[in-house]
Design a protein around this ligand. Structure first.
Ligand SMILES: *Cc1c(COP(=O)(O)O)cnc(C)c1O
Length: 308
């Protein structure tokens, strides 16, 4: 038994069909925690529990914190989440519903993370949101499921925050013999730490995050994610917040599933029909999900971004 579920793989008639292209959606939004993060975090939590951890500590007020809460509840291990003040009341409530103890501390992730780290005792495990090889091995199972379904992608579209999802998908591609299948790595403008690192050919740190796609808001990507840009075929793309939100709304209408702008970014490049994607017969899109945006919030962003 795993803490995550096997998710549907859907050939989207709404998104595919152009130039004989099939668009395959890997529906990670349907994980019990609402995002793909449960795969890697579930795997890491199981491993840390096996090594004797008696408590899990996270400093994410978003989908990572929620996945730790969900994993801890299923394993019967107590969870502490130190979330920054910017964390919405709704996100706090979702984590508490999963029986996590939620402390709110600090103006940003930096302060919350410092307090969380200071709380880590000998019998605790700190669960990083993206930079841990155990996470990547867990995320890789989504590609195993695609292989078992008998689908061979010729490119994978995914969103990049700190790059944990990307490391996991590449690990999955390679362990299924798909070393040459390129990854289209998508970020929003203002959270484009990978795109700027590729451009500079060094792992840069953004001075601040200037995007509503908060789940992509890692100021610096993991070293392993940056290293893959030299070892695996890759294409980096950046979309606007407005395009990401528009994609969320369109996806909601077409597929009846609510996702965050962090996920909408990936959907946006497919909806835009980028010429670079036109040549792929079987395009796999990781619908990474996310629970931090409500329908009302998406509609609100749509209005304010259109006005600006
Ligand atoms: C965490 C997250 C991402 C980014 O994942 P990384 O592993 O940080 O690159 C993208 N979308 C959603 C919904 C997320 O929760």
């Amino acid at each position: 038994m795993t803490l995550h579920i096997e998710t549907p793989l859907i050939a989207s008639s709404a998104m595919g069909g152009k130039n004989g292209q099939t668009v395959w959606l890997k529906m990670e939004a349907l994980q019990p925690s609402g995002s793909f993060k449960l795969r890697g975090i579930g795997h890491a939590c199981e491993e840390y529990a096996r090594r004797g951890a008696k408590r899990f500590i996270s400093s994410s007020g978003g989908n990572a914190g929620l996945a730790v809460a969900c994993a801890g509840r299923q394993l019967g291990v107590p969870v502490v989440v130190v979330a920054p003040e910017t964390t919405s009341e709704r996100a706090r409530e979702l984590m508490r519903r999963e029986q996590a103890e939620v402390f709110v501390h600090g103006a940003s992730f930096t302060e919350a993370n410092a307090l969380a780290l200071s709380m880590v005792g000998e019998r605790d495990a700190f669960i990083h949101p993206f930079d841990d090889p155990l996470l990547w091995t867990g995320h890789a199972t989504m590609i195993d499921e695609v292989a078992h379904a008998g689908v061979t992608p010729d490119a994978v579209v995914l969103s990049v925050g700190g790059g944990g999802l990307m490391c996991g998908v590449i690990e999955g591609l390679r362990r299924n013999g798909w070393d040459k299948v390129p990854v289209i790595a998508v970020e929003t403008d203002g959270a484009d730490s990978l795109a700027q690192s590729i451009e500079a050919d060094t792992r840069i740190e953004l001075p601040r995050i200037a995007s509503i796609a908060t789940s992509l808001g890692a100021r610096q990507v993991a070293q392993a994610a940056f290293d893959w840009t030299h070892k695996h075929p890759m294409n980096s793309m950046v979309v606007s917040d407005q395009a990401a939100v528009a994609a969320c709304i369109r996806f909601m209408d077409e597929h009846r599933v609510v996702v965050e702008p962090a996920c909408g970014a990936s959907l946006a490049v497919v909806y835009a029909g980028h010429p670079e994607l036109a040549g792929f017969r079987n395009l796999l899109v990781i619908v990474c999900g996310g629970v931090t945006a409500t329908v009302a919030q998406l509609q609100d962003w749509e209005r304010t971004l259109a006005a600006s």
